[in-house]
Every structure is written in structure tokens, then in C-alpha cells.
Design a protein. Structure first.
Length: 592
């Protein structure tokens, strides 16, 4: 910035810079914090003593800001480490589901290869040869999956970045860690998926393989049923999570905030041209017929508030309360539609309001234990005054935080943002008028505006992205679970070919056969629902603890998840069951 402009800035701006320090590798941040506190004490100790303030310096590592910081007035809404951990855990379980499916489908396919194994053993193949063959096939299939995955990642990455708002890129040629990790994962998946079929198939004598291959290992179906239950438990937990996420995001969007956030345009109140001519600028704006009200303050709702210690009637110095603080002008409460619960709003009819008036929210009144706060003595810094009004509790921060005690006072030196309430008709023309007036007063600064409603919604941008990624993971988990169910159904119907044929010969209907095949799998899904519901309830309760204001998890979320999983399971099983029910029993018996 230029020297002239710097000289025109007021002292208040000097406390609002983001400051970054580069420390030597061998220096402790804690020691520097102590040194800075000592500098504060030497230079401002007497001032702090009079005000009752206490200042403590806390240095924050740059790498921890995005995921581990939740302070007010951040540059932008941060991410959440818990969200990253949750999504990483879900990704792990989805990979585990895919591995389970691979084992299940490989085992199901292995029953078709008993005669091949028997023939190879007759021709002299040893067990070790067969094990190596099956493991090599399994690893080759896994490597094929890796190649397909790399292509899909490259194709789908732009869409994923659009959904999440990220800018992820993958450089396969330079990221050796990713390549080594991918190859290691493929080897592990291939070995795990191929071990059971390899050792299972290679142990049988040729005569058993030729005699009755479909009766070998029927009891192992119970093990695969357990794996299927595990798959559907994961899928149902994710379905419940989808419902709870939707509930909470809708709650955030529709919850009464204590102020009217619609049709409010927010402008930055920057530079001496505006701060020194604020009242004139404000009068110019109010000339437009579609501008209903104009106000300024340190921050608009959603941007947080300051923190100060106050002198309070009847409270000793050592017990002075520290409360959130908003510096506002006379029209702030009216412009934002905040309700007055007791007393009155700031008014130009009362000249002393600008230097002695204080308005508290209900939370502050409750903390102070006052039944009748109007007229109580109240003081801050170098001003002494009285409480003139009480406003309804309103959310000046996000719903992550509970509404804290708040004090509002008029202090033009701390005005940072302008709030303009406009009518809903002809918004573009109103914005054009705002821009023209802006350019007339601050031609060197770009006209940058935002709507208060959009600013508040951006506070939950991370949750919205989290919900979109969660939905993708849920769909993927359901798809994988259905593949596993389809494979297990195919194996079950193949092993019961003779039984189904005999039942049809004895007069069983196609519907009866479908019911016979489906009922066992429906039982498995019901078991999955019983197991998944308490897990889902616990997991989502933990996630909701991030919000100070949250929904209660409704029973219908579990009912919907259970019903949806049953419908999906029945439709999946029916594709194989109907085929078996419509097969000619003569052909089935001849096959057996």
C-alpha cells in the first residue's frame, strides 16, 4: 500500500492482519509465545490493568490450520480432521467389501473348476503347481483391476473435484509412494483373494472332484453368509448416515437464526474514503427506492464477534465478565431484523446512545442473573453507560457454536462491514446502483459484494461436500454388497439345482421356488439390519456432536434404511431365483 493511504488508516486496522512467522527449526514456539506476552506486559500493562483485559499469545502451526482449527474470522471455512478420518475409514471398508466379494466370487467360480483340477491331478500336476496357478490368476485379475482403476480415476477426477470443490491431481510418473502403495495393495488383495480357493481346490483327490463336485464344501456357505452380513451391515450404516446427513443439513438451512438473512447485501467497509464519509455514503444509498435499510458494524452474523471484558454493576473487578462484542451503528438491529425483547433499540433521538448505550442479548442477561437489566450500569474501556435494551438470542456464529453472551455498542472506529437490506424485485438494478455509488466514493477499489444468506450457507460448505462424497460412497457400497449377494445367490442355486428340479416335478410353482431361494437371504439382510442400526446410531451421534444445535435421529431413518436394503436384496436375489424357477427340471436333473 502507498504511504499516503497508510497514514490515513486508523489504529483499529492494525489488529486485523493475518501474521505469519518463520521460526528457525531449533526454536520452540512456546518460548516465543512467552517473549511476546512479556512485550505486551511491558508496553500495555497499565492499560490492560485498567480495562481488566488479559492477553495471551498462542502460535498456531500453519499445517494445522485447515483441518485442526475452528477459530472465528478464519480466511475461509476450514476443513475438519474428523471428516477426513471418517471418509478414510469408509474408503477402507469399501475396499474391504471389494476384497470380500473377490473371495466370495472366486470361491463360487472355483466350484466350476473341480473337474479341471481333477484332470490336472490325473495328468500329474502337484498341489504346489495348482496353488501357484490359482494365486497367479488371482494376482493377475487384481492387476487388471488396478489398470482399470487408474483409467477411471483419470476420467472421473474432474467430476470428483467439481463435487468436492477440491483441486486434486495425481502424477503417476513422479509419485513413487502412490505407485508402490498401489502395487503392494494389488499383491495383498490378489494373495488374500486367491489363497482360499487355491488351498481349497488343490487339496481334493481327483476321484472326489469327478464324483460330486457340487457337494464339496457346501457347509462353507455359512462362512460366506457371514461375510455377506458384514457387507450389508456396512451398506446399511452408510444408508442411515445419508439420512442423518440430509436431516442435519436441512436443519441448518431452515433453523430460525434470530435474524432475517434474506435480501441483505454485504459490502466491505474499507479505506479512509468510506470510513471517514460513512454517513454521507449511507445517505446516498438510502435514496434508492428498493433499498430498505443500511447499517454498518464490525461483522455481520456468521462472521463471529470480538471479545471484551466489561464493568458491570454489582460485580467486583476480579469477577468482571468477558463477553462477545459487536460494534454496530444505530440501524444494525433494524436492518438485520433482530427482535427487541426488552427496552429499546439504539436511537438518534437519544444522543448518549452513541457513547453510553449498551444492548445485551438474552444469554448475557441470564449469565449476569438480572431480572430487570434495563438501566443497569455497564462499562467498557473508557466509557461508562447503561443497558438500554435486550435483544433475542441470535446466531452471530455458525451452528457449531452455542449462542454466547453478547454485548452490542456503537463504536464507528470499528465498523468493518456494511449491510444493505434490499427489496426482492429488480435486484440487478439495485446492485448496479450500489456499484455506481461505490465507484463514486472509492474508485480505486473493486466493487465486491456478497449476500448474507450465501455467506451463512458457506459456513457449512465442508458438510455439504462431505454429504456428497458420503452419497457416492454409499452408492458404491450398496453396489458392491449387491454383487456379493448376486454371487452367493448364484452359488446357492447351483448347489440346489437338483432340489429345485425335484420340487418342480412334485408340483412346486415358480413363485414358491423364488420364495424358497429368497427367504434365506432375506433372513441374512434382517440380521444385517439388527446389527447395523445400533452401530449407525452411535456413529452418527458422534458426528452430530460437532454441532451445538443438531437434530434428533428419527426412527424413520432406520426404517427407511432397512426397507431400502430389503428391497435391493430381494430384487438382486430375484434375478437368479427367477432364472432357477423357470428352468426346465428335466434339463436340471440330466445335468446333475
Amino acid at each position: 500500500m502507498g504511504i499516503d493511504e497508510t497514514e490515513n488508516w486508523r489504529w483499529r486496522n492494525q489488529i486485523n492482519f493475518y501474521t505469519y512467522l518463520l521460526l528457525p527449526a531449533d526454536r520452540s514456539p512456546g518460548l516465543l509465545e512467552q517473549k511476546i506476552d512479556e512485550i505486551y506486559e511491558v508496553n500495555t500493562g497499565d492499560v490492560l490493568e485498567r480495562s481488566g483485559w488479559k492477553i495471551r499469545t498462542v502460535l498456531q502451526p500453519l499445517a494445522s490450520i485447515h483441518l485442526h482449527s475452528n477459530f472465528e474470522r478464519e480466511i475461509e471455512p476450514n476443513g475438519n480432521a474428523t471428516t477426513v478420518y471418517i471418509l478414510s475409514t469408509i474408503a477402507f471398508f469399501i475396499l474391504l467389501l471389494a476384497c470380500i466379494n473377490f473371495i466370495n466370487l472366486a470361491t463360487a467360480r472355483s466350484f466350476e473348476r473341480f473337474k479341471e483340477v481333477g484332470m490336472r491331478k490325473v495328468l500329474g500336476a502337484r498341489r504346489g503347481n495348482l496353488i501357484r496357478q490359482f494365486l497367479a490368476e488371482s494376482i493377475l485379475i487384481a492387476f487388471s483391476g488396478l489398470l482399470i482403476a487408474l483409467v477411471l480415476v483419470d476420467l472421473l477426477m474432474p467430476a470428483f473435484n467439481r463435487i468436492t470443490g477440491l483441486r486434486l491431481t495425481i502424477d503417476y510418473t513422479n509419485d513413487w509412494g502412490l505407485l508402490i502403495g498401489s502395487v503392494t495393495l494389488v499383491l495383498v488383495v490378489g494373495l488374500v483373494g486367491g489363497l482360499y480357493p487355491a488351498f481349497f481346490l488343490s487339496r481334493f483327490e481327483p476321484i472326489k472332484a469327478f464324483k460330486s463336485p457340487h457337494k464339496i464344501g457346501v457347509l462353507k456357505l455359512t462362512q460366506r453368509s457371514g461375510l455377506l452380513v458384514f457387507q450389508f451391515v456396512i451398506a446399511i450404516v452408510l444408508i442411515v448416515g445419508t439420512g442423518v446427513l440430509h436431516q442435519q443439513l436441512q436443519f441448518v438451512k431452515t433453523k430460525r437464526l434470530g435474524f432475517n438473512k434474506e435480501q441483505v447485501v454485504v459490502l466491505p467497509l474499507q479505506g479512509a474514503e468510506l470510513t471517514q464519509n460513512y454517513e454521507t455514503f449511507k445517505d446516498e444509498l438510502r435514496k434508492h427506492p428498493h433499498i430498505l435499510s443500511v447499517s454498518a458494524g464490525y461483522a455481520v452474523p456468521g462472521a463471529g464477534a470480538g471479545q471484551n471484558t466489561f464493568r458491570v454493576e454489582g460485580v467486583p473487578k476480579e469477577a468482571r465478565p468477558s463477553m462477545k462484542t459487536l460494534y454496530v451503528d444505530h440501524d444494525y438491529i433494524k436492518t438485520l431484523g433482530i427482535e427487541i425483547k426488552a427496552g429499546r433499540d439504539f436511537s438518534r433521538d437519544f444522543v448518549t446512545d452513541a457513547t453510553e448505550g449498551f444492548i445485551l442479548n438474552e444469554a448475557a442477561v441470564n449469565v449476569l442473573g438480572w431480572d430487570d437489566p434495563i438501566g443497569k450500569e455497564f462499562g467498557w474501556w473508557n466509557r461508562d453507560g447503561r443497558v438500554v435494551g435486550v435483544v433475542e438470542n441470535f446466531h452471530f456464529a455458525s451452528l457449531y457454536r452455542e449462542i454466547e453472551p453478547l454485548v452490542m455498542l456503537i463504536f464507528p472506529d470499528m465498523f468493518r462491514q456494511l449491510a444493505v437490506r434490499i427489496q426482492s424485485q429488480d435486484v440487478s438494478a439495485t446492485l448496479a446502483f450500489l456499484e455506481n455509488i461505490w465507484q463514486a466514493y472509492v474508485p480505486k477499489r473493486p466493487f465486491q459484494y456478497s449476500f448474507l444468506e450465501e455467506r451463512f450457507d458457506r459456513l457449512y460448505k465442508a458438510e455439504q461436500r462431505f454429504g456428497q462424497v458420503w452419497n457416492l460412497f454409499t452408492a458404491l457400497a450398496i453396489f458392491i454388497a449387491c454383487l456379493g449377494l448376486l454371487g452367493l445367490t448364484a452359488l446357492s442355486t447351483k448347489q440346489r439345482t437338483k432340489e429345485i428340479a425335484i420340487r418342480k416335478v412334485l408340483g412346486a410353482s415358480a413363485v414358491g421356488v423364488v420364495r424358497l431361494i429368497s427367504k434365506d437371504f432375506v433372513r441374512l439382510v434382517l440380521v444385517s439390519i439388527i446389527v447395523a442400526c445400533p452401530i449407525a446410531w452411535y456413529a452418527m451421534q458422534r458426528w452430530l456432536e460437532n454441532f451445538a444445535y443438531r437434530v434428533d435421529i428419527s426412527w424413520w431413518v432406520f426404517a427407511l434404511a432397512g426397507g431400502l436394503s430389503l428391497v435391493i436384496a430381494i430384487l438382486t436375489v430375484s434375478t437368479q431365483a427367477i432364472r432357477a424357477a423357470l428352468a426346465n427340471p428335466v434339463d436340471s436333473l440330466r445335468y446333475e
